[in-house]
Design a protein around this ligand. Sequence first.
Ligand code: FEO
Length: 162
Amino acid sequence: MISPKIQDLLNAQLNREYSSSYAYLAMAAYAESVSLVGFASWLRVQHREELEHALKFYEYIHAQNGRVTLAAIAQPRAEYQSIVEVFEKVLEHEKYITRSIHELYGAAEAEKDYATKTFLGWFVSEQVEEEAAAQLMVDRLGMIGDSKGSLLYLDKEAKKRE
Ligand code: FEO
């Protein structure tokens, strides 16, 4: 059993996860458009992960006998200055998601909703990994400067993500 307030917050987070998924797919499309197919592949893996995150919220709301309500997903940004900017935005976005998960966790804590807190614990840990993965990309891209050869090497490395 979850309160109406927690249900609303869970539905809002479900929407954020779908929005993340859509935003990362748009970033992948940008990477494809500049022939950085390895980064595109990395972003598509991220896209799929976000879909899985969204479904975890879907399943949890139903497991608690709640009601899932799907809201509109905004059109994601299509164009970027560079792949560096893409990953800076990935990192920024993941930090935003971390804050939203923490706010939700705080709301569950305030209501003594232990089940929701336990459910959200997985996401709290996941966000540490999500931010670290994005930060690593930003750091590595920052190291190579204008070197096209190094960029292609990193692109190849990015493709290894499964
Ligand atoms: Fe589902 Fe990347 O946070």
